[in-house]
Design a protein around this ligand. Structure first.
Ligand code: GS8
Length: 232
């Protein structure tokens, strides 16, 4: 059966990979559609029709109409990886949002915000230096890396405290709040800086658990294949 859900963008990007983790965890059959950045395909009229900012990821879901009036095609075009992952869970695996458990779902939303506003700026600053700059042959600013690692440690202190009293971030159930960390942690995991987790035994155990899940393994493989194929 042809997949109804399409994801546009290269799996090597942590924003695309974040979407893939939630699709894998939700058991959704999906197709990953390549977007050739070197050929500026993300700025082509076809892609601008999907996302007027000319960015990826874009999720296309065939049977739900949002922007259909513009194109007369029944599609939802969702952009911004965190909005997309919430949509995927709400539609395909609501328990990942703690649905049916008022306090549990509130904790999921709290930790989704923590990921987006406390953890993300620091991890992205680190990954831009240690993963992206080398791809473009640019010098890594070690000082910026160290500064952001120091800031990340303060955030991880809070994670350590939380994870010493519950198995996952929102409680004793896995949720999207945990899963939204997977793609950036996988990227950090192939650098020496993953050793920052060694100071935090509960965070380390949480990450070992997450990265051993079939969804994380599959997305890790897709990210590696994408680095090989999309950076030709
Ligand atoms: C990131 C979108 C983005 O920066 C999200 O999905 O969470 N906040 C958004 N996309 C990048 C590639 S993924 O890192 C992109 O499309 N860049 C091309 C451009 O901005 O022209």
């Amino acid at each position: 059966m042809e997949p109804v859900v399409k994801v546009y963008g290269p799996a090597m990007s942590w924003n695309i990979a974040r979407v893939l983790v939630s699709l894998e965890e939700s058991g959704v059959n999906y197709e990953l559609v390549a977007v050739d950045f070197a050929a500026a395909e993300h700025k082509s009229p076809a892609h601008l029709g999907r996302n007027p900012f000319g960015q990826v990821p874009v999720l296309e879901d065939g049977d739900f109409c949002l922007w259909a009036l513009i194109t007369y095609i029944v599609y939802v075009y969702a952009t911004e990886s965190r909005a997309i992952t919430k949509y995927i869970c709400r539609k395909y695996k609501p328990e990942l949002l703690g649905v049916g458990n008022l306090e549990g779902s509130a904790m999921v939303y709290v930790w989704l915000e923590v990921e987006a506003h406390q953890y993300r700026p620091l991890i992205e600053a680190i990954l831009m230096e240690v993963r992206i700059r080398p791809i473009f042959g640019q010098r890594v600013d070690e000082r910026a890396v160290e500064e952001n690692i120091d800031k990340l440690k303060k955030v991880l202190d809070v994670y350590e405290s939380r994870l010493s009293s519950s198995k996952y971030l929102a409680g004793d159930f896995i949720s999207l709040a945990d899963l939204n960390h997977v793609s950036t942690m996988l990227c950090l995991g192939i650098t020496i800086y993953i050793s920052v987790l060694d100071m935090y035994p509960h965070v380390r155990a949480w990450w070992d658990d997450l990265k051993g899940r079939p969804a994380a393994r599959k997305v890790s493989d897709l990210m590696h294949m994408s680095v090989k194929n999309d950076l030709k």
